[in-house]
Design a protein around this ligand. Structure first.
Ligand SMILES: [Zn+2]
Length: 449
């Protein structure tokens, strides 16, 4: 109970300063590696239609709390890095234990506010339709393998951090750009060849949805939903086919109504759903998803758990997949988990991706928690309060456990110790893939642009 009080106070005093949720700083071959707190990130994205190149010039304002060489990530190698106005170098390094890679600036900073300017090229998920003078581009993300969040495209921080992002999108080589934008940010047209997209401050590196298509190429339906909060929520569904788009509208309305009844008012400004082909699964963003029809409900649940209340790290990623799968399986209640133990959430503190076993083992653990919490109204009653209290905040699995204990009065040390932070006695589900989050190849991801 004490810990809960402390956590709440920290959040209240320091809304989006999440450095206390970062993994520990460490020593690399280049010196002390320090995690930092991004404040704002402005990404100037230019589509050069003559040379068919997409470049990004980024300006990031960040705060360092301790002296050291700052960490960030960017999958493409940066062409230029400027720290506080001076050109510097960066290195691709490994996290301790080699669990993932990231980038470290080779110049140390003192505690305080700094700026980082970075230039790079985006290769992934862009198609220049030269004959038509238009471009298809999307920042698709994935969470089951690491380095597949925004760092695929633009310099980014890690999941613990929340910061205001702005995309300034420009076109070179044409007089008038003819494009549509599907996004969970606020879009403003700034000239015939440029747009500004501003994302909310609570977003993390896995929240923005950005899909730009040639004008009119997608068939869209815009409508609104009257939330139980009284708010009109703008909703957009779209796909390449009128028939598919028409099928998505009633399902999106059905699911948002169900979710509001279970977990309270929708937590985002709007909803945007891109209907992809059968078998492609889906990926969730905050109030947005790109998904096949069969996974639409699963991905919309994630606007509550995953992108409404957001995981701080890979170890905490199992929670939202467990909740979503528990719902997919009809909210079962079981007196046992049906497995002996696992290390689902007990792996390296530097791990960035979600363990695939979260679907099977995590859902079974939720069914067991629902059984244990039945005298307090069950797990759904807890989740409703948890979402309303921590909406737009980044959480850890320890925070989740503390709140479950506070809500139920139970001590869950032994259960978490065995099923989440234990030794892995389950190999059956280790390589299982989930139909809601199919592993698409690079070509498949490009094919849905
Ligand atoms: Zn999921």
């Amino acid at each position: 109970m004490k810990i809960i009080g402390l956590v709440t106070v920290l959040f209240a005093a320091n809304v989006y300063a999440n450095l206390h949720l970062s993994p520990p700083d460490f020593d690399s071959a280049n010196g002390r590696a320090v995690f930092v707190d991004f404040k704002t990130a402005e990404y100037n994205i230019t589509y050069d239609t003559i040379n068919e190149v997409t470049t990004v010039k980024s300006k990031i304002t960040f705060e360092a709390k301790t002296e050291g060489k700052p960490l960030f990530d960017l999958v493409p190698c940066p062409d230029l890095v400027i720290l506080d106005g001076k050109k510097v170098k960066q290195n691709l390094i490994s996290f301790p234990g080699g669990v993932s890679k990231l980038r470290q600036v080779t110049t140390a900073v003192n505690p305080g506010i700094h700026t980082l300017e970075i230039e790079n090229i985006i290769d992934a998920n862009v198609i220049f339709h030269t004959d038509f003078g238009v471009v298809s581009s999307a920042f698709w993300i994935r969470d089951l393998k690491d380095r597949l969040f925004l760092e695929q495209y633009v310099p980014s921080n890690f999941e613990y951090d929340q910061y205001q992002m702005t995309f300034n999108v420009n076109f070179l080589g044409i007089e008038k750009a003819s494009q549509d934008f599907y996004t969970n940010g606020k879009v403003t047209k700034t000239s015939d060849v440029s747009w500004k997209i501003e994302f909310p401050e609570y977003f993390t590196v896995s929240c923005p949805f950005y899909h730009m298509t040639p004008k009119g190429w997608m068939k869209r339906l815009d409508f609104s939903y009257q939330s139980i909060s009284g708010r009109e929520i703008p909703m957009t569904v779209y796909s390449p086919w009128k028939r598919r788009t028409r099928k998505f509208k009633p399902e999106a309305l059905r699911v948002i109504k169900e979710l509001e009844a279970d977990y309270g008012p929708w937590g985002h400004d709007s909803f945007v759903g891109y209907g992809t082909m059968i078998g492609t699964g889906g990926m969730e963003h905050s109030g947005a998803t790109a998904t096949s029809f069969g996974a639409l409900d699963h991905e919309m649940l994630h606007s509550y758990f995953a992108k409404g209340v957001m995981p701080a790290n890979g170890n905490s990623g199992w929670i939202d997949e467990a909740i979503a799968s528990w719902r997919d399986k009809g909210y079962q209640r079981n007196p046992t988990t049906g497995f002996g133990g696992s290390d689902l959430g007990g792996q390296s503190v530097y791990k960035r991706n979600t363990d695939k076993r979260a679907y099977a083992l995590g859902a079974a653990f939720m069914a067991y928690l629902d059984y244990k919490l039945q005298d307090s109204g069950g797990l759904k009653a807890f989740l409703k309060g948890y979402f309303q209290t921590y909406k737009h905040q980044v959480i850890t699995e320890q925070h989740f456990k503390n709140n479950l204990e506070f809500f139920s009065g139970l001590n869950l040390d032994a259960d978490f110790g065995t099923y989440i932070w234990g030794t892995n006695s389950d190999t059956e589900h280790l390589h299982e893939t989930n139909l809601h989050h199919s592993a698409l190849t690079k070509d498949e991801l490009k094919s849905i642009l």
